[in-house]
Design a protein around this ligand. Sequence first.
Ligand SMILES: Cc1cc2nc3c(=O)[nH]c(=O)nc-3n(C[C@H](O)[C@H](O)[C@H](O)COP(=O)(O)O)c2cc1C
Length: 345
Amino acid sequence: MKKLACLLLAAALAALLAGCGGAPVQTPPAPDAAPSASPAETPAGEPETTPASEPAGEPDIGPEVPGPEARSVVLVAYFSATGTTRGVAGRIAALTGADLAEIIPAQPYTDEDLNYSDRTTRASAEQNDPDARPEIASDISLEGYTTLYLGYPIWWGQAPRIMSTFVESHDFSGMTVVPFCTSGSSDIGLSDDTLAGQAGSGTWLQGRRFAADVSDDTLREWIQENGGAEKTLKLAVGDTELAVEWEENASVEALRALVKDGPLTVSMSPYGGFEQVGPLGASLPRNDVQTETQAGDIVLYSGDQLVIFYGTNSWAYTRLGRIVSAEDLSELLGNGGVTVTLTLG
Ligand SMILES: Cc1cc2nc3c(=O)[nH]c(=O)nc-3n(C[C@H](O)[C@H](O)[C@H](O)COP(=O)(O)O)c2cc1C
């Protein structure tokens, strides 16, 4: 009875929003509801090209910045005096779907401060003083994050002293810290170990030095060797685990981050005789392109809906992966609602 009331309330809300021209609402038929009169459910032969769930003409927007409710559990924090580390940090954040935060000095470094041919200038003087702790302009909260990529330039073979200020003023307990640096040519040396010692908490992984023009492939490989991405993202429909070839994109990285701390269960409903659709409960970066889907395709719809196809359709989606198991997907997905579980293992 309670369920019926909920269904009626959901239907009324959907009708109200549609009437108001509000945000599009996906209203797949409830598994136990009366047969729907929606065109996608009619035996019309050809599958729908635009499911009723799709807002006609919705603009194709770029990757989303997650709101507080959809905050990633991965953070990339970096200090950069001349922009090189900033560039690499931004690319790591894009590849991992992580949040990005800059460690900004309270007193910015001028060109003269950074002139390393003069050992008396500010940066050189700081590096010569192991106790120097340049002030940071504003605090960066690490609350809620489980992985931190920590980036900095190499100054005289070491991390700039402001990195010591940062690590000594935070508690990294329960976090995995993945250091990285940029430099003219020097390797990361002992700078990552020194910062780990100064931090005194957290699990610090071996750091890595990158050139300004490091390729995305190299970064992707390194990300997969570290952080949360070394595990396989697994998908099960009910009790049936399915082999999936996942895409290598920011959306899948964000999906991995979403399930890093535990399984994600998605209640899916059949739609249109060709797909199962359900809410992820968070927005992922999206890069929708017009797609002719095939049975087995897994896509992101509207940034926050997981869709698995057991038939074909044509619409703008972000590809997430493809089921490569031999299971009969019509049998598995075409008989009412299913529960899909995503895990890292
Ligand atoms: C004060 C100072 C000292 C530096 N020392 C080194 C060094 O020891 N080895 C090296 O390869 N590059 C050194 N560099 C070059 C920087 O590490 C390199 O340009 C880095 O990518 C700059 O990063 P950023 O643009 O994020 O600040 C130094 C640069 C400065 C300003």
